[in-house]
Design a protein around this ligand. Sequence first.
Ligand SMILES: Cc1cn([C@H]2C[C@H](O)[C@@H](COP(=O)(O)OP(=O)(O)O[C@H]3O[C@@H](C)[C@H](O)[C@@H](O)[C@H]3O)O2)c(=O)[nH]c1=O
Length: 417
Amino acid sequence: MTTNPLLADQNGVNPDGTNQNGAANGSSKHWDIFCLVVDNYGDIGVTWRLAKQLANEHKIKVNLWVDDLNSFAHILPELTPSRAKQSFNGVTIYKWDETNLAPFTPGSVLVEAFACELPNAVKDKLNQHKQTFGTQPVWINLEYLCAEDWVEGCHALPSMQSNGLQKWFYFPGFTTKTGGLICESNLLETCEQWQSDASNKLALLNEFGITGIKANDYFISLFSYENNTISALLNHYASKPEQATHVLVPQGRSVASVEQYLQAECGLTYATLTLGKPVTIGQITLHLLPMTNQESYDKLLWSCDLNIVRGEDSFLRAQWAQRPFIWHIYPQDEDYHLVKLNAFLAHYCKDWPQDVAEHYVELVNGFNVYNAQQVACELQAFDDQLEFIEQMAKIWPQSAINDTDLVSRLVQFVKSR
Ligand SMILES: Cc1cn([C@H]2C[C@H](O)[C@@H](COP(=O)(O)OP(=O)(O)O[C@H]3O[C@@H](C)[C@H](O)[C@@H](O)[C@H]3O)O2)c(=O)[nH]c1=O
C-alpha cells in the first residue's frame, strides 16, 4: 500500500498508525485481525464489518484471519471456504489454522477479536520482532459490546503479558468514554434515502422472490434464536384487523419456532416453511428468505417496520435502521444476559415517558424470558405507542454514536499509543 501524505496527521502519523516512513523499525503497516468463530455469525459478523470499514474508509491494508470459513460464507456467499487466501472489499481473508500461519508478519496493529487466544506461532513472531526491533504491533483485544457502566472503567486499559508484550483492552460501548459503535460514515444517510422511496423496498423483496405485495403493508423481519413467544407475536399480527403483515424469516434458528406455530395453527404434526412458498394465516404471510451478505441484510432491516434481531451485530444494525426492534439477546449462564439487556434498555429508553418505557422494557424482557403471555399483552401497548417508538428509533442513532464511530475512535486510539 502506498501512503498518501495528505492522510498523515501533524505528527506525521498515518491513519494506519504508522509514521510516514511506513515500514520503519522493521514494521509493515498493515493491520491483522484474528477471529475465532465461537458459534453462529456474530463473531465473524462484527470483525468483517470492522475489517471492511478500516479498508474502505481509512485505506488500511487489513488481513483478516478466520478459523471457520464455512460460517463466514453464510454472510459472504462469494467466499470459497476451501481457499487459504482470498480478497473481498479490499480485505485479504486468510483461513486461520496452524498450517497456514506462515504468511503472518507483525504489522502496525493486531486485533484479537473477543479474547480469542492467538496461536503460538503468531506470539513467537511477535516476540522475535520485539527482540529484533524493540517494537511490537499495537495489540488490541476487542471485547463484546456491552452497555453496562463498568465498561467505561475497563476500556483502554493496558495489560502487560508475561512475555513482555503489551496488550490493550478495547471495549465498544454507548458512551464517549468507551470504544464506540461500528457504524460506517454514510450509513444513516444511505438508510434514510433508501427508506424515502418505497420502490427500493419492493425491488429488494422482488429479489427475494416476494411479489404481489403492497408497499404500505406491515413488514417484520424475524432473525432470533429459538423462542416460544414467537407464536404469541405471530398470533398478534395474524389477528390484527385491517393490517396485512409480511413476516420475513431468514433461514436459521427462528425457523423452528415459526414451524411450531404453523403446526399448532394448521393442526398438522409436521409443517415446514419453504423458500419460495409463503404461508398465509389470517392477516400474516410468512416468507422464508435465504441468508444474504451483510449489505443485503442491512437493506432488509431498513425495509421492515419492526425488526426482531439477536446477538451483537444484527442488534446494532437494527438500531442503524432507525426502526423499532425487539432484541433477543444471546443467552448466557446464570441469566447474565438479562443484566446486559436491561443495561442497554436503560440507555435506549432514557428519554422516553416512564409508562411507554416500562411497557417496551416489559415486551423485550418477556421475549427474552420466554413469557408468551407477557409478550401478547405488551404487544397491545406497543401498538398503541408505536408512533412514539418509531420517532424515538429515528432519533436514537445520533445519541448512541456520540461524537464518533468505533473505527474512527480505534484509529485514533492506535495513533496515541
Ligand atoms: C440473517 C442474516 C444475517 N447476517 C449477518 C448479520 C450479522 O453480522 C450476523 C449475525 O450476527 P449476530 O446478530 O451478532 O448474531 P449471532 O447469534 O449470529 O452471533 C453471535 O452472537 C454473539 C453475541 C455471540 O457471542 C457469538 O458467539 C455469536 O454467536 O449475520 C447476514 O449477513 N445475512 C443475513 O441474511
